[in-house]
Design a protein around this ligand. Structure first.
Ligand code: AHM
Ligand code: MG
Length: 331
């Protein structure tokens, strides 16, 4: 961390949040509380991931989540950590998790300040945990929509209404990437002191990079446009990288440039990734960093959601690389 912060002021995530809050004299502190809950839960999850293989957190629970997927033990631990951390914050009205069928309503009191709705994928890419690969947490923050009668309906707002989004990558280091709508900031956990420290206060995605990231084993099951794109890219000398954890693949795309794709397939005709927990928060981050995010030919964040677990196709990354894909997809 000495090297990372050399020449910079030492700023923790908490300090960053408090100084942002201070710029808004009318802020109640509720937003800072939401983010500090997410930070606390992610430190808890990071600590459990670090001990995978030593403690009994690996493998499956022999149960299925609402998506019919086998739950890993750490999926459940991560989900509980987030619910416990967010559940104690007074400004949170609703939490919605990829692992739970229905959003959890914590408070129906919407009389004062507009309370928050927090949506998350507690442990993205969890099957990579068994092989010591990168895994992550993704979150999206909305506010209660006064036009809805039931507070839980506030979860179904398009991504353009997000007031914050981010992910935590549990890799060789634990990285917290955040947007509150003013660019993208990156923090790295210093495990010695238990703080996320600011390492980049204005993350920008490269304009181009000849790199695509998709499960190309699915190409035979995809629309022709995606095969044509990949044929074109291969002919242009592109390289391919794919971890199979969206957080890790998007993080690499954000750092190095390129494009990440999860098209519709025969098996998942609407795409595999979820709009509310995966596509929207990643879209906000990528756009805030100067990139683009589409679901087919539509801007992801403009999709009006109709179900909290809905799936969408994903094309996101460097602006020029997304444009190349769209040339094929919009034909
Ligand atoms: P998960 O949320 O159940 O872990 O599944 C989502 C993951 C993403 O992280 C990743 O991008 C994708 O599934 C990989 O899917 P595939 O194995 O079909 O390539
Ligand atoms: Mg996921």
């Amino acid at each position: 961390t000495e090297k990372l912060t050399a020449g910079h002021n030492l700023t923790s995530l908490q300090t960053f949040l408090l100084s942002e809050e201070a710029k808004h004299p009318h802020a109640t502190g509720a937003y800072t509380m939401v983010l500090s809950a997410l930070s606390l839960a992610s430190k808890f999850i990071a600590a459990r991931c670090r001990r995978a293989g030593l403690e009994d957190v690996l493998g499956s629970m022999n149960s299925e989540n609402v998506q019919g997927e086998n739950q890993q033990k750490l999926d459940v631990i991560a989900n509980e950590a987030l619910i416990r951390a967010l559940g104690s914050r007074p400004g949170v009205a609703v939490i919605a998790s990829e692992e739970d069928e229905e959003p959890i309503v914590l408070s129906r009191d919407t009389s004062g300040d507009r309370p928050y709705v927090v949506l998350f994928d507690p442990l993205d890419g969890s099957s990579n945990l068994d092989v010591c690969g990168g895994i992550g947490t993704i979150f999206s923050i909305l506010q209660h929509d006064r036009r809805t009668s039931r507070v839980e309906d506030s979860a179904l707002q398009p991504g353009v209404r997000q007031v914050g989004a981010g992910y935590v990558l549990y890799g060789p280091s634990t990285v917290f990437v955040l947007t509150t709508g003013k660019g993208v900031q990156m923090f790295v956990l210093d495990p010695a002191i238990g703080s996320f420290l600011l390492v980049n206060d204005d993350v920008r995605i490269p304009e181009s990079n000849k790199m695509y990231s998709m499960n190309s084993a699915n190409l035979g099951e995809c629309d022709e446009a995606y095969r044509d794109y990949v044929d074109w890219a291969n002919g242009e000398g592109y390289s391919m990288r794919y971890v199979g954890t969206m957080v890790a693949d998007v993080h690499r795309t954000l750092m190095k440039g390129g494009v990440f794709l999860y098209p519709p397939t025969k098996k998942s005709p609407k795409g595999k990734l979820r709009l509310m927990y995966e596509a929207n928060p990643m879209a906000m981050l990528i756009e805030q960093a100067g990139g683009k995010a589409y679901s087919g030919t539509q801007r992801t964040m403009e999709i009006q959601p109709d179900a909290v677990h809905q799936r969408v196709p994903v094309i996101l990354g460097s602006p020029n690389e997304v444009d190349h894909v769209l040339r094929f997809v919009s034909k």
